[in-house]
Design a protein around this ligand. Structure first.
Ligand code: KG4
Ligand code: ZN
Length: 353
């Protein structure tokens, strides 16, 4: 089975081809065009600019993905697109393209929840069976979930305010670093002293698996306002202190989630991290140590498959397609679309694309 996946929910224009045959599964191509120069002057993603950039580049990105995979549209068994959650303008571009191509070549269309793309990527890169515990940490989401099957997720905790990636991005801006903030903080934190600034770890030590990061952002704002100007050593020390505080919070909440998971799913063997923030090396090391301590194995996709890409959408599409989950051309877009249906039901009326 071969699936072409399209991702346009935020600021990456991405297309990929993945396959699963009797010989195994793999990524045949994975083309990602990041819109860094478009958004950098504004310090964050501008939705209208993002949508126009997707429109300008998506056809070329798809053609490159096909060429790299040495495939034509006739070879694919289905077309998948992220239909939510995300920025509506970008979702329209990617979904209309996938539906149009699917209709044109008479192949099925699969609507993929972007979060499910992150959640299932480890099943493409590693041998991971359900159920597993997932820390999903990206620019827009910060959740801990039990993944019990394709389309079958239970949310144990979520953020009360900012997502972990948002905390990286907003504090990076205050420290005077570029966008996206996570990689910028990670880069200079290597040279910094993480014990120099004592930053808050909201909810740490409290029961439950929810997260909060707004106090951290406020604390960093106070430090930068007080000093007025940060020299490179201050910047590195503050970046290292922020990275440590975010990791401490994530690890503390994941520890509670692991206790719950081991009690309710004794057959589960794996803790997974996914989403852009899971590319962070310090976080990966900390989670690996935590998992080892609790007798579980820790797996995160390679960093380039943690941040948004087309392979994650193609793979989630393939996982759905092979169990017969196909969508109609009237499938709506869902700018807000939680993974856990019980936490907030999948809305019946989305926006028509
Ligand atoms: O999953 P993703 O690419 O897009 C969303 O679905 O939101 O995640 C992007 C987020 C950004 O907030 C970015 O700063 C963060 O992931 N990020 C990182 C790293 N790489 C990306 N945060 C910390 N360390 C990194 N190495
Ligand atoms: Zn994402």
């Amino acid at each position: 089975m071969i699936v072409l996946g399209i991702e346009t929910s935020c600021d990456e224009t991405a297309a990929a081809i993945v396959s699963c045959t009797s010989l195994g599964r793999g990524i045949r191509s994975n083309i990602v065009r990041r819109q860094v120069t478009e958004h950098e002057p504004y310090g964050g993603v501008v939705p209208e600019i993002a949508a126009r950039a997707h429109l300008d580049h998506l056809d070329k990105v798809i053609n490159r993905a096909l060429a790299k995979a040495n495939a034509t549209l006739a070879d694919v068994d289905g077309l998948a697109a992220a239909t939510g959650p995300g920025l509506i303008g970008g979702l329209v571009v990617g979904t209309m393209m996938a539906k149009g191509l699917a209709w044109g070549i008479g192949k099925p269309f699969v609507a993929v929840n972007h979060l499910e793309g992150h959640a299932l990527t480890v099943r493409l890169t590693d041998d991971v069976n359900f159920p597993y515990l997932l820390l999903l940490v990206s620019g827009g989401h910060c959740q801990v979930l039990v993944c019990a099957g394709v389309g079958c997720y239970t949310r144990l905790g979520t953020t009360l305010d900012d997502a972990a990636g948002e905390a990286f991005d907003k504090t990076a801006k205050l420290i005077g670093l570029g966008y996206p903030g996570g990689p910028a903080i990670e880069r200079i934190a290597r040279e910094g002293d993480a014990s120099r600034f004592d930053l808050p770890r909201p909810l740490k030590g409290k029961p439950g698996c929810d997260f909060s990061f707004s106090g951290l952002k406020t604390a960093v704002r106070h430090i930068t306002a007080e000093r007025g100007w940060l020299d490179p050593i201050d910047q590195a020390d503050l970046a290292a202190s922020v990275e440590l505080a975010i990791c401490d919070t994530l690890v503390d909440r994941t520890e509670n989630a692991i206790a719950w998971f081991r009690h309710h799913h004794p057959e589960g063997k794996t803790v997974v991290a996914a989403g852009g923030v899971a590319a962070n090396i310090r976080l990966r090391r900390r989670l690996a140590t935590l998992a080892e301590k609790t007798g579980l194995r820790f797996i995160a996709p390679p960093p380039m498959l943690c941040t948004d890409n087309g392979a994650m959408i193609a793979w989630a599409g393939l996982e759905r397609l092979r169990i017969g989950l196909v969508d109609g051309f009237d499938e709506p877009l869902r700018p807000r679309w939680p993974l856990d249906a019980a936490a907030s039901p999948r809305p019946g009326a989305g926006i028509k694309a």
